[in-house]
Design a protein around this ligand. Structure first.
Ligand code: PXP
Length: 237
């Protein structure tokens, strides 16, 4: 049964809209944990557009479950991660102008800097995950980098419209999960998952955890965060 990681970036987006201190993503993390989230995910972006340094410092301390810090491999962010020591770091590509993380990390092309970052984080006792496209070459490079976990990018699957197209991307996720498991990697998945499609991805054999943010935070506007988390948890089970 896959675990649920709840990404709270967009609680911080709302806070930053007025530049004050509410709503507090750390309190949201606490509520999500109480409602059954297995881990909390937050992305400290280089431009600090939503999550702030103070948030990741508090989230690393004690939220009663795993804290998964999404991050680029920029030296400044790596330093912060090594200092605050989250339970897990998920390395993602980052572009300044994007609305959200657009594609997977190209571990094949950026093998040397990525594997240096993996080693640096692992030396500080942090588990490392690489956010990659569902592609065999990327999985192989992730394995060689000595990351223990991969997160398969589900964005293309989530956005695909005609059923045939969706099915093609779904098969990629299934095959990539199977391949990565034969390499001994833990396989997570995320991006663009919602109440309509998360169940299907949760059903892929070998998936360890789904990381979901936007759809849960959107639903929480209507029904509250704890209920939005509970509904997602029921769905992926
Ligand atoms: N996983 C990763 C690596 C991400 O970058 C994001 C977006 O921050 C998510 C999961 C969550 O995506 P969404 O907000 O679309 O559910």
């Amino acid at each position: 049964m896959p675990k649920l990681g709840v990404n709270i970036d967009h609680v911080a987006t709302l806070r930053q809209a007025r530049g004050g201190n509410t709503p507090d993503p750390v309190y949201a993390a606490f509520l999500a944990r109480c409602a059954g989230a297995d881990s909390i995910v937050a992305h400290l972006r280089e431009d600090r557009r939503h999550i702030q340094d103070r948030d990741v410092k508090l989230l690393s301390k004690d939220i009663g479950g795993a804290f998964n810090l999404e991050m680029s491999i920029a030296p400044e962010i790596l330093e912060i991660a090594c200092r605050i020591r989250p339970h897990q770091a998920t390395l993602v590509p980052e572009k300044r102008k994007e609305l959200t993380t657009e594609g997977g990390l190209d571990v094949v092309k950026r093998f040397n800097p990525v594997s240096r970052a993996v080693k640096k984080l692992k030396n500080r006792g942090i588990r490392v995950s690489l956010f990659i496209d569902p592609d065999e070459e990327q999985i192989e490079a992730a394995f060689r980098s000595e990351a223990e976990i991969i997160e398969l990018h589900t964005g293309r699957y989530s956005l695909a419209e005609p059923a045939k197209e969706k099915n093609k991307f779904f098969r990629q996720l299934v095959n990539s999960t199977r391949y990565a498991r034969t390499r001994g990697l833990t396989v997570n998945a995320g991006h663009g998952l919602d109440y309509a499609n998360a169940g299907q991805v949760a059903g892929i054999e070998g998936i360890y955890e789904l990381n979901i943010g936007y759809s849960i935070i959107c639903k929480s506007v209507y029904i509250g965060l704890p209920e939005a988390v509970r509904q997602m948890r029921r769905l992926i089970r």
